[in-house]
Design a protein around this ligand. Sequence first.
Ligand code: UT7
Length: 330
Amino acid sequence: MIRSRITGIGFHVPPRVVTNHDLEQMMDTTDTWIVERTGIRERHFVEGDVGSSDLGIEAARKALADAGRTPADVDFVIFATTTADWMFPGNGVIVQEKLGLGTVGALDVRNACSGFLYSLSVADAFVRMGQYRCVLVIGAEVQSTGLDLRTEGRDMAVLFGDGAGAAVVEPSTDESGILSWSLHSEGQFARELWCEAPSSRVPGRVTQEMLDAGRQLPRMNGRQVFKNATTRFPEVIHEVLAKAGHTLDEVALVVPHQANQRIGDAVVQRLGVPPEKVFQNVQRYGNTTAASIPIALTEARDAGLVKKGDLVVLAAFGAGFAWAGTAMRW
Ligand code: UT7
């Protein structure tokens, strides 16, 4: 049976860097609190009229160049984001138009922090069944425009950043490729990390009362997310390795969704692996939701931590709750 593999990756973040000290000027918080609780030191925020599609397109160009492909080679697009430019249509069609991809199909996925992995699983299935040969998978977010940068919103505001990452998925011609998947969800926790409005339940989609209460902005029960994330990450990593017939000792690198350094450290501890086996760059980008795994994977590969033939595990956990994992031979 043919396998699919990632043949190119790339990422893009907007140039404006926002440090914890910058946030101290906007709200009652401290660099010490943010670093101790999250490990985050800085993140990137867009300026002006920039949407997640713009960031995604830049990442996509880099991933295509990395794969040695051009837009003419792409035969399907999957765009993962919770912060699309518009309510509809999704960002996929914006990419199709701006990259000049003919009339290829474009699918949008809104599985938040696990959106990139869910999208990659669909690309993998399409390539394995022979339906498409070159699928462009993008994860991109502009979180900054949905953050309450006053003290009232500080629990969320210090965590998130903007950015994009992309991957090109094609048939493998050797031993490399995607080996296994685990995809999960648990909707009983939907309201623990969510954005309620605009909503089809509400005539006019949003009311002034909702806007005044900030119900159009994301909200989170941080402790509940933390508790579940630290259990589900190790669980899904073990699952995908078992399905692939491999063990943790054989893994060169685990690249988890970058939510919080304390979550990453808890994963290290629960897996019982040396810290260098779990890649973390949340310190410099914050949580970029659907973009975090392709950003981290690109940085890890560029740093020489992911080499041809290596066994790599990607894992994500976030809103839904939805979580996912995959094992692949690079
Ligand atoms: O992809 C998944 C996305 N979500 C996550 O990864 C979040 C997972 N959760 C977490 O990482 C942690 O729960 C947080 C970092 C969000 C919060 O840490 P915590 O240890 O759970 O703190 P807490 O929410 O219990 O708040 C402790 C205190 C509170 O003050 P009081 O009530 O003890 O006086 C908060 O008001 O810290 C206060 N606080 C802040 N102080 C300074 C909350 N946010 C801030 C802030 N700066 N930014």
